[in-house]
Write a protein that binds this ligand. Structure first.
Ligand code: ZN
Length: 494
């Protein structure tokens, strides 16, 4: 019998934290009993059992434990599908455990984002099949990667027809290798110099393979509205599903308009354009110092002034990496300006000049309104991403539990849906993201009252707590706040 139970009622249940959840060796299956199953579809949670045989979910509901089961007591715990991170940079981790991701419940990362992918996806995928990660990985083919391969250093211009043809061939190879689709990073070099027609031509190749388009759009602040026009046009003319990466309203003048922008997207959907988005739950982003200069006029005081008043502020800009003068790291721009005894605009322009001479810089900057973030995450076609990496912004270690704890007005079931099944749908993958018989046993077992993110802007690499166990392909990869050093991750090809 299924007992319906809301999360509020779970707190009334005596929480028996099992100190002995370790899976016994030699048993044929894993049996998680008396657990609140939130299956990823958005349906209400209920108490039941789940059996895992091999790498698959083999039973769900009111099951009897047998002698071949390795028993895990789930009383007081929630079992959900593993979280799917549709925009991740966790592949920068040189360690196969990918601790930053699995310690927050992520069991699948999708890389090749912002226009940058591995030059040869087949080689990359083969290396991961030989030498797997703790979690699953899929990738897009990157527009900036293929554009640089074809145009080389002479990229500050529109491509010729022959060059577009050469890029199309590279995108086609990436799709044959199993890419999920094409990812652009139109706010970065060299993609910033492409026109929309070039992107449409490449997206058409992807559409022929049944792939998808995901984009760090040309602007997330000054020209956000035009960027939305552009992605919708690409969706329509290439006849391809389009996903807005890390959707945000990063300009003061746009704050409060999230609902209005979503209305536009809803109209586009009604007109037949399959537009979706992923979002991370922070008011700060992380990127380069130069990203706030769309005209690439790094000497222009007016552009710097605009960036520091409309787009972020000297106090809201944290210098997270600065190879030209490492002592500036972890200070805000306001603090560096004070040290240098000058105004923030002068300092900003000086730091950019220094970083062009000695490359290696990154900033974490506050540009978003919390109300807008909640409106965007509540959109039915949105899913959650981290955009995270093993170091830097705390999203790399905390985005998923942070969203789970954010007061958005959504139920825990809906939130989990946006971290699992909705994410799978938005990247075009099935057989993950739902607790369903025959699906891969990528699962997260957590204490709903105490699963919290701990990473901060000062200490970006603190683990989340309250996570009991993470399974990938039926293998425990994380338990008792530690990775188990098991590597059952699959390569997810389109
Ligand atoms: Zn991005």
């Amino acid at each position: 019998m299924r007992i319906l139970l809301s999360i509020g009622q779970i707190s009334l249940v005596v929480i028996i934290l099992s100190h002995c959840t370790r899976v016994e060796q030699g048993k044929k299956s894993i049996f998680i009993q008396n657990v609140t199953i939130i299956d990823g579809t958005g349906s209400d949670g209920y108490i039941g059992s789940v059996r895992i045989t091999g790498d698959l979910i083999s039973g769900i509901g009111d099951l009897e434990v047998t002698h071949s089961d390795s028993l895990i007591e789930g009383t007081g715990m929630v079992l959900s599908p593993g979280f799917i991170d549709t925009h991740s940079h966790h592949d920068w981790d040189t360690d196969r455990t990918v601790d930053a991701a699995i310690s927050q419940g992520i069991t699948t990362i999708i890389v090749g984002q912002d226009g940058g992918s591995r030059a040869s996806l087949i080689q990359y995928f083969d290396s991961l099949i030989t030498y797997p990660l703790a979690l699953n990985l899929g990738s897009y083919v990157g527009h900036n990667t293929v554009r640089r391969a074809v145009l080389g250093d002479d990229f500050k211009r529109e491509a010729t027809n022959d060059e577009i043809d050469a890029m199309k061939r590279l995108v086609d190879v990436g799709m044959q290798d199993g890419a999920l689709g094409l990812a652009t990073g139109l706010e970065y070099d060299p993609g910033i110099y492409s026109n929309t027609e070039e992107v449409i031509e490449l997206a058409k190749v992807v559409a022929l393979h049944g792939g998808r388009y995901i984009s760090h759009m040309r602007s997330e602040d000054i020209h956000l509205e035009q960027s939305i026009d552009e992605i919708l046009r690409i969706g329509m003319e290439a006849n391809i599903p389009v996903q807005i990466s890390h959707f945000k309203l990063a300009r003061r003048g746009l704050w409060g308009q999230a609902a209005h922008i979503l209305e536009r997207l809803n109209s586009a959907r009604a007109a037949g354009i399959n537009v979706t988005a992923d979002i991370y739950p922070y008011q700060y982003w992380q990127s380069t110092m130069t990203v706030l200069f769309p005209k690439r006029d790094f000497e222009n005081r007016k552009s710097a002034e605009y960036a520091l008043t409309e787009l972020t502020s000297p106090e809201g800009m944290i210098i997270s990496r600065f190879d030209a003068k490492p002592e500036y790291q972890n200070l805000t721009l306001a603090e560096v300006a004070e040290l240098r005894n000058e105004d923030a605009v002068t300092t900003y322009l000086t730091l950019i000049r220094m970083s062009l001479e000695t490359p290696g810089e990154s900033i974490i900057a506050k540009s978003m309104d919390l109300g807008d973030i909640k409106t965007l995450t509540s959109w039915p076609y949105a899913n959650i991403c981290s955009d995270g990496a093993p170091s830097g912004h705390p999203r790399g270690w905390g985005a998923f539990p942070r969203y789970l704890n954010m007061k958005t007005g959504e139920s825990v079931e809906v939130k989990i849906h946006k971290m699992t099944a909705q994410a799978a749908e938005n990247i075009g993958l099935d057989s993950i993201g739902i607790i369903k018989q025959g699906y891969y046993a990528d699962l997260v077992l957590f204490d709903p009252e105490n699963f919290i993110d701990n990473a901060t802007f000062k200490e970006g690499q603190l683990r989340a707590t309250g996570l009991q166990m993470v399974l990938v392909s039926g293998v425990v990869v994380y338990e008792n706040n530690s990775p188990t050093m098991k590597y059952p991750g699959r390569v997810l090809k389109r």
